[in-house]
Design a protein around this ligand. Structure first.
Ligand SMILES: [Ca+2]
Ligand SMILES: [Ca+2]
Ligand SMILES: [Ca+2]
Ligand SMILES: [Ca+2]
Length: 309
């Protein structure tokens, strides 16, 4: 058996054991010991990508949140993070209805540079991509980014891949596999001429705009390779095409819907989440600042009914 196959089996066993050990009656609440805000800018190493702390903060308290659609009702909900790797469940609230009309909902960071976290969404019937500006608690009326986005198999945003300080969009054209970079202009709706930054991206899924997980100043991305169900990270700068992928996780045959959540634990490293549909669990992947993660606890269950932005 190859190493990768062994690792994959171990990863699956680990997740299944974790799911079993947590059981259905309890929620694993993660406490980040000695959580302090990391400080790469002051330790003599390269500063991480300058992501505003509110990049994933939708309710205005400075802590990263999760946006998700309740699929049965089409309600869009804000799940406020508590800054230590779990949710403030009491503060969860609905910000809109009718979101089943969308076949893609993604976090977009501060796409229009007004200090509030935003989202983008694609209307299934028209293929039009919309910009929803956050206002610190909910979303202001949407604006159209443009039509024709139904040819994209993935669209992600929330980070600056060109180094000009404006958040950009990255998308995979499903038919050709081309990875496109749409340089943002700080408006939320206008983009500079798109750049071809990669090919064969139709061999990957779960493209995730995790941000600068390697903390070298360039925003990175994660994606899962279809042929081996393994997750890779691709180091930026995206505008110069990403570095070749580095495999760091296996077992993604039992996980889906990877989504960026910023620094969800308050340790200064960027994290991401994913769902385990077999067990109806939500995992939090604790970024460790090297592009990888150190632990991946279950932080909630019942997420099979949700689509994570
Ligand atoms: Ca928040
Ligand atoms: Ca904004
Ligand atoms: Ca940019
Ligand atoms: Ca990086």
């Amino acid at each position: 058996m190859e190493d990768s196959a062994i690792q994959g089996r171990l990863a699956r066993i680990k997740r299944r054991y974790l799911a079993w050990s947590i059981g259905i009656a309890s929620i694993a609440v993660l406490i980040a010991p000695n959580a302090t805000f990391a400080q790469s800018a002051t330790d003599g190493t390269a500063a991480p990508e300058q992501v505003p702390s509110g990049n994933y903060d939708y309710d205005g308290d400075g802590l990263s949140d999760v946006v998700a659609r309740r699929d049965a009702t089409g309600a869009l909900e804000i799940w406020p993070g508590n800054g230590s790797g779990s949710f403030d469940f009491n503060a969860k609230y609905t910000v809109g209805l009718g979101w089943n009309a969308m076949n893609l909902i993604e976090t977009a960071g501060d796409l229009n540079s007004d200090g509030n976290a935003d989202i983008i969404a694609r209307e299934a019937s028209t293929g039009r991509l919309y910009f929803y500006p956050g206002n610190g608690s909910t979303f202001a009326p949407f604006q159209s980014i443009g039509r024709g986005w139904n040819v994209m198999s993935a669209i992600v945003s929330g980070h600056d891949y060109t180094g000009d300080g404006h958040v950009d969009i990255i998308a995979v054209e499903g038919g050709t596999g081309t990875l496109w970079l749409y340089p943002g202009t700080g408006t939320g709706t206008a983009f500079a001429q798109r750049l071809d930054i990669g090919s064969s991206w139709n061999l990957w899924h779960d493209l995730t705009a995790v941000g600068d997980t390697t903390e070298d100043g360039y925003a990175d991305i994660n994606a899962v390779r279809n042929s081996e169900d393994a997750m890779y990270f691709f180091a930026g700068p995206g505008s110069e095409k990403f570095e070749p992928g580095v495999r760091f996780d296996w077992g993604w045959d039992v996980l889906e819907q990877a989504a960026a959540v910023g620094d969800f634990t308050g340790d200064g490293h960027l994290d991401w989440v994913a769902k385990d549909p077999d067990h109806n669990h939500l995992y939090l992947f604790h970024g460790d600042g090297t592009g990888r993660y150190d632990t991946s606890p279950v932080i909630d269950y019942g997420w099979n009914s949700m689509t994570i932005a």
